[in-house]
Design a protein around this ligand. Sequence first.
Ligand code: ADP
Length: 517
Amino acid sequence: MGRRTDILDLVHESVVTRDAWGHVLSWNRASEALYGIARADALGRKLHTLLATAHDTPIADLEAQLHARGSWEGELTRTAAGGAPRILDVRWTVERDAEGRLVRIIETARDITARKTAEDALRMSEYRYRNMFQAMAVGFWEVDFTGVGRMLIPLRDQGVTDLHAHLHANRDFLRDTMHHAFVGDLNPKALEMFGATEMDQIQGRSIAAFWPRESEPVYIEALVATMTRQPWLVTETRLNRVDGGQVDVLFTVSLSPENRKRGVMLIGVVDISARKGAEAALRRVQAEFAHAARVSMLGELTASIAHEVNQPLAAIATSGSAASRWLSNDDPDLDEVRGLAERIVADARRAGDIIARVRAMAERREPARIALSLNAVVEEALMFLAHDLQGRQVAVERCLTPDLRDTPADRTQLQQVLVNLAVNAAQAMAEAGTPDPHLRFTTRSQGDCLVLVVEDNGPGLGDTPDALFESFYTTKASGMGMGLPICRSIVEAHGGTIVARNGDDRGARFTVTLPAA
Ligand code: ADP
């Protein structure tokens, strides 16, 4: 007996024997390690009580099965010393003597707690993933890219180093790869988003049908991201629905190493059509506001504009009467008359130009970006302002850096910003009775940007200059408080920024930054 115990002590598995009543007869070393209970403390104790053996089925039933069949195996939970729970894979065998009397029950047990916990965690994570996949408001597509990968790999051997440029230049090849990418799994949300009712309207099909030509750049980005082992990609694009419509989506690709190994791309799509529609509506409202503000500004500047137009008209009248005086001479000096006629033409053009600019300001049309000289826009805005500023005795200073790069912008909108800032400054200075009112326009370049500064020496902007950009903020009796918010929305639509600060000494300083062409 003693000898056998010694051998059992060499075994890694827990081996415990018990009598017909469940009292422990032997307890090997692996059992001491597994349960944290010394042999001396275990011998003679009731095994199931000592270890709080538990199973879904009552232990008495398990014992009954054991006695009936001679053996039992399965998973049990027990509590080791110190209360640590253990999950065990056990085998029980009944040993009988020649007369069939039960000699003892032999139990071998393996600790599977760690494996079970890991399995549970994995199952839980799979369950969570499934839940997410099925129930999220995000459409998910699993796309099998193995075929596409096979098409892209030879490109490297052909010496293609810039995959991005290559795919852009070879759209037929690109289109061909789409026919080799197949939709695997997809969730109900994706089905709904793409206007399908049955899985097989999408599943198993190539992605080509869902990808309009104008969205190919996003597909290229996704391929390049895969090939260059970027972990994910987030962008926006527009895809085809099965019912012939289209859907604007926030498009995310997860390129985890696991997915890469499986040749699968997990694509998440969020429907942003509503947001896109709202953005377009907002742009229209902004454009209408900007238009209304321009028209009301022109109203304020009528005197200034009338004066600008009157000047060339008066000059035309003067040149005209001078010409007719020359012609009534007996021997008219035709050169003199020709010179006057040329001046009349030039002045008429000038008047025409001014009217064209006023009309452009009053017109309602889609903004159009062209490369503009910031300095020229400042000069044109001053055309609108010159008379008004003169009337208020505001001195104008120009600090315009020559030879600046152009900025891609809408001329009328940019003029509107400048006129607005200048009119605000002139009004603030008049209101505050600023002595020697002064307005300075500065242009300069700064890195990739152009900077325009409009400064005055008026009362300044108080403690919270940023508040001026809030809609309907005004300190004027007849003010609308929309001038600066419109300026900001115009500048931001141009990819720029506008900041209001108090001047170093006094007055206000508005700094507009715009991207250079
Ligand atoms: P409104 O001109 O209709 O009041 P704005 O949005 O153009 O609307 O201007 C908001 C407010 O900002 C003005 O009422 C004025 O109090 C303040 N403000 C704007 N420019 C200046 C400036 N240069 N100096 C002082 N205050 C200014």
